[in-house]
Design a protein around this ligand. Structure first.
Ligand code: 16G
Length: 245
């Protein structure tokens, strides 16, 4: 990282100076994306500052999204996401979207359960009160960079056992003859809470796009209601507009 070669009378707080050093090491490529930062004690010793200062500098950079912390494994240089341009006019799956871009889609499962539909789910998916739904909650990655948190709810009539979904929900629905052909999608801006931001490796409160998708079979039966948070720094949703004459 170099060393803090600033004059002793510099009024800038030490932790800010340390942040500058770390930032320029990242900019200069001395610290690369996904590279682990040296341990707190090593940084404190080589810069001759206290560990409290190191901790303050690091937590500021985590908040700015330049570093990420993974529980138990330390602090890393954050990966700037590849921006993904997503047309809003086609009904596609995440797996397919990534495949088309030559990116590798992967998943970390946060939950795959079956239970009674909540009144809200029953209303959205046109179910009766004692119908059951499969809930699939997952963190989705493009080339190992976390992109979105998705929670899909599918009536068990279409998906009796959610654990059969390994990679693509739509592939499983297609194989079962119930691939949605139409969807209503709603987007709004949101700030990520600390937990979701941690999973997406961005700063708490970072901007995200909250997206709800309700998709239907040809005959109008709802198949899937999915609520997701897409990283605001990674996604551009693009729509073609035509002048109405
Ligand atoms: C997309 C959909 C989501 C759907 C998923 C299926 C949005 C905002 N959401 O991520 O509703 O469940 O694709 O993807 O586009 P999969 O087949 O790869 O599991």
């Amino acid at each position: 990282l170099g060393s803090l070669a600033l004059p002793p009378y510099d009024p800038t707080p030490l932790y800010l100076r340390l942040q500058e050093q770390i930032k320029s090491a990242i900019d200069a490529g001395k610290l690369k994306p996904l590279e682990a930062l040296p341990g707190e004690r090593d940084i404190a010793e080589s810069f001759n500052v206290s560990r409290v200062t190191v901790r303050k500098a690091i937590s500021g950079l985590v908040e700015q999204g330049l570093l990420t912390q993974r529980q138990g494994s330390g602090t890393f240089v954050a990966v700037p996401p590849q921006r993904v341009e997503q047309p809003l006019s086609r009904l596609t799956s995440f797996t397919e979207d990534m495949r088309l871009r030559g990116l590798e889609a992967s998943v970390v499962w946060l939950g795959r359960t079956v239970s009674l539909a909540s009144p809200q789910e029953a209303m959205r998916l046109s179910l009766s009160p004692n119908d059951t739904v499969a809930r699939l909650r997952r963190l989705r990655f493009a080339n190992k960079v976390p992109m979105a948190i998705e929670c899909a709810t599918v009536p068990t009539r279409f998906l009796p056992d959610p654990t059969v979904v390994e990679a693509s929900l739509y592939d499983v629905l297609e194989a079962r003859g119930c691939l949605p052909v139409r969807a209503l999608q709603r987007l709004h801006a949101a700030n990520l809470n600390t937990e979701d931001a941690g999973m997406l490796e961005v700063a708490p409160g970072a901007a995200a796009l909250a997206i709800d998708r309700l998709s239907y079979l040809e005959n109008g039966t709802p198949v899937e209601f999915t609520q997701s948070f897409y990283r605001g720094d990674a996604y551009d949703f693009v729509a073609e507009l035509n002048l109405r004459r």
